[in-house]
Design a protein around this ligand. Structure first.
Ligand SMILES: Cc1cc2nc3c(=O)[nH]c(=O)nc-3n(C[C@H](O)[C@H](O)[C@H](O)COP(=O)(O)OP(=O)(O)OC[C@H]3O[C@@H](n4cnc5c(N)ncnc54)[C@H](O)[C@@H]3O)c2cc1C
Length: 239
């Protein structure tokens, strides 16, 4: 795998992004993620590569038979800029490690709020899902109202700071679900695949699905092409 992926940043939503900070094994070691998994599986007899065909076959065998611990030997560390509505769901995945930007320490910026392109309508058949979108006139009206709401909230935040209120309290004026936060997150490939299975699914909320898709397409697939192929075959297609 080339070293180019480290430091690569993919834009997501209107102002969000995902950046690969580091990975294990680091590309400079010359060992690909796929080979790190194969090598871990062969640890009992200190195996290294037995040729591409056998190595790939072993990796597929592992995932097909749910022998998942070798996939925990490869890790990704990302920096992610996402609105709180996304973090609210992401943080439920206990197998990730997280460190969040402190809103008690770093002041928020005026532009750091999520403005959706389209306003999706409430789904009829699924009470926690959306489907379709409102007409374009309503869309423009709601976006205008949302921006007004952000401006009012941010003005109150600044006013509170100006009179000496702490950042940790002034942020009560910010529109909660839409404020962007930067987090550093780390996960191994076994648990990443579990996350992707749940969060790339059609019933996942759009605001987390786009992050899951970005991680899959921009990082997992190019870094671990055999694992991505096996993931599509044995995990994405399974119920
Ligand atoms: C479409 C969708 C809708 C959702 N709706 C809601 C909702 O309405 N309300 C809500 O609260 N949550 C909701 N969630 C969150 C969901 O319930 C899970 O908390 C979240 O998806 C994390 O999944 P996980 O526990 O499998 O992942 P992780 O926390 O990453 O855990 C991975 C796996 O490790 C094991 N594991 C980890 N910790 C434990 C533990 N303490 N005990 C036993 N096994 C453990 C489990 O096998 C688990 O599947 C929703 C998720 C999705 C995808």
């Amino acid at each position: 795998m080339s070293n180019d992926l480290i430091g690569k940043r993919i834009n997501v939503l209107d102002k969000g992004w995902v950046e690969l900070v580091d990975m294990l094994p680091h590309p400079l070691t010359g060992v690909s993620g796929d080979m790190a998994i194969v090598n871990a599986a062969r640890v009992s007899f200190m195996g290294e590569s037995k040729g591409e065909e056998k190595d790939k076959k072993l990796l597929f065998y592992l995932l097909r038979n749910k022998h998942t611990s070798p996939f925990e030997m490869v890790e990704f560390k990302f920096r992610v800029h996402a609105p709180l509505v996304t973090w609210w769901q992401w943080a439920r995945h206990r197998t990730w490690n997280f460190n969040a930007q402190s809103g008690r320490y770093t002041p928020f910026e005026e532009s750091d709020f999520y403005v959706p392109d389209v306003w999706r309508k409430q789904a009829i058949s699924n009470k926690q899902a959306s489907e379709g979108q409102v007409d374009s006139e309503t869309n423009a009206h709601l976006t205008e109202k949302l921006e007004e709401h952000y401006q009012q909230g941010f003005a109150l935040y600044e006013e509170a700071l100006k009179v000496g209120v702490s950042k940790e309290m002034a942020r009560l004026f910010l529109p909660g679900f839409s404020v962007y936060y930067t987090w550093v997150v780390k996960v191994d490939v076994h648990n990443l695949m579990h996350f992707l299975k749940l969060r790339m699914a059609s019933d996942a909320q759009h605001e987390i699905r786009v992050y899951a898709q970005a991680i899959y397409e921009a990082f997992l697939k190019p870094a671990l092409p055999w694992t991505a192929e096996a993931f599509e075959e044995y995990i994405l297609k399974s119920k």
